[in-house]
Design a protein around this ligand. Structure first.
Ligand SMILES: Cc1cc2nc3c(=O)[nH]c(=O)nc-3n(C[C@H](O)[C@H](O)[C@H](O)COP(=O)(O)O)c2cc1C
Ligand SMILES: CCCCCCC(=O)C(=O)O
Length: 364
């Protein structure tokens, strides 16, 4: 995997490995894809202002997430149907996260089950992403299984009353491969009962569209695990989630797959962090992170950790577990370089004044 030296190299290589419709399912965003581009461009509008002569002796990227030590503040975001990218699917990414000492999040819509992932990567810090089913009993049982299997937190996705419009999926009449199963709920539902639906339509009908803040309370009431709200973009929603007892907030626009014309996540991160300053809630972000520099900027603006979605899928497609590990290691090496050259060798040293928006510099 050594020939890949950037996450872009992996994305380029994935284009050659994946069939075009699968590549487009993974890569593309909603409608005009403005937000998809902005998630990455907004990082480029921020500049790091290094401190010099800081007596740097190395980098220490370790941090603690909800009480668990991780080797670096970069984890894996949930994404559906990972066997579409590689036959080992979710198990490969979870094993990579375990080997790299960081967090893996399993999607409700996974192709390996909760139990398979838990037994393949027993020492990984695993989170379970929750889509609430109309039949609450199905969700309750999934949550119980995740708890029993040793998952450490629930990531409740709050930005998906319906799935977004991804034009390439429509153009491609995209359908997941027939042999792939929704491994977590085969016992309850069978797509063959709904043979006319594609998988996403089928799943869309099973999920609850009318979620409210009461459902956050309900989820809290059925589990001992900490709950993280995924998909928050507004400060007042972050405060509501905190008041409902969420232990974490993931600032996310769902990788720009839901609604176009939203801000880049890095743009709204500081508002959410500021709104939560009097709450004991951790703030994470995802969306458009492709370099160690991006991770650094997010930490400076107050994120405790960033999650990556597509980059893990490119690593998986290209090299299975080894590809994902290489992806994580590129981010680690780049972040280690950034923290040292910026004069802030530990995560705690990375404060907001380390980053400035390009518009704050004197006009030339
Ligand atoms: C192909 C794909 C599938 C996804 N599936 C899910 C999912 O099942 N549940 C969920 O909450 N988010 C899902 N997401 C969103 C990611 O968790 C994450 O928010 C997003 O990918 C982060 O942006 P990035 O890909 O630029 O890193 C998916 C994203 C992609 C690209
Ligand atoms: C086959 C189920 C698809 C579930 C939707 C996953 C998702 O959130 C996405 O962005 O795609």
């Amino acid at each position: 995997m050594e020939k890949y030296i950037s996450l872009q190299d992996f994305e380029d290589a994935a284009t050659n490995v994946l069939a075009k419709p699968a590549m487009e399912y993974f890569r593309n965003g909603a409608t005009e894809q403005q937000t998809l581009a902005e998630n990455r461009l907004a990082f480029r509008r921020l500049r790091i202002l290094p401190k010099c002569l800081m007596g740097i002796t190395g980098a220490d990227l370790r941090t603690t997430i909800l009480g668990h030590e991780v080797s670096m503040p970069v984890g894996i975001a949930p994404s559906a149907m990972q066997k579409t990218a590689h036959h080992d699917g979710e198990v490969a990414i979870a094993k990579a996260a375990q080997a790299e000492g960081t967090i893996y999040t399993l999607s409700t819509a996974s192709t390996c089950s909760i139990e398979e992932v838990a037994s393949a990567a027993p020492d990984a810090i695993k989170w379970f992403q929750v889509y609430v089913f109309r039949d609450r009993e199905v969700t309750r049982k999934l949550v119980m299984r995740a708890e029993k299997a040793g998952f450490k937190a629930l990531l409740l996705t709050v930005d998906t009353p319906v799935f977004g419009i991804i034009r390439s999926d429509i153009r491609n009449s995209y359908a997941f491969a027939e042999h792939l199963k929704l491994a977590n709920f085969v016992e309850y539902f069978s797509k063959s009962d709904n043979a006319d639906d594609d998988m996403k339509d089928y799943v869309g009908k099973l999920f609850e569209k009318t979620l409210t803040w009461e459902d956050v309370k309900w989820l809290k009431s059925i589990t001992k695990l900490p709950v993280i709200a995924k998909g928050i973009l507004r400060a007042e929603d972050a405060v509501k989630a905190a008041e409902m007892g969420c232990s974490g907030i993931l600032v996310s626009n769902h990788g720009a797959r839901q609604l176009d014309g939203l801000p880049a996540t890095i743009e709204v991160l500081p508002e959410v962090v500021d709104a939560l300053k009097n709450y004991n809630v951790e703030v994470y972000m995802d969306g458009g992170v492709t370099t160690g520099n991006d991770v650094y900027k997010a930490l400076a603006l107050g994120a405790k950790m960033v999650l990556v979605g597509r980059p893990a899928l490119w690593g998986l497609a290209v090299g299975g577990q080894a590809g994902v590990q290489r992806t994580l290691n590129i981010l680690r090496t780049e972040l280690e370089s950034t923290v040292q050259i910026a004069g802030t060798p530990t995560v705690a040293d990375i404060t907001r004044d380390m980053v400035r928006h390009e518009s704050s510099f004197r006009k030339l």
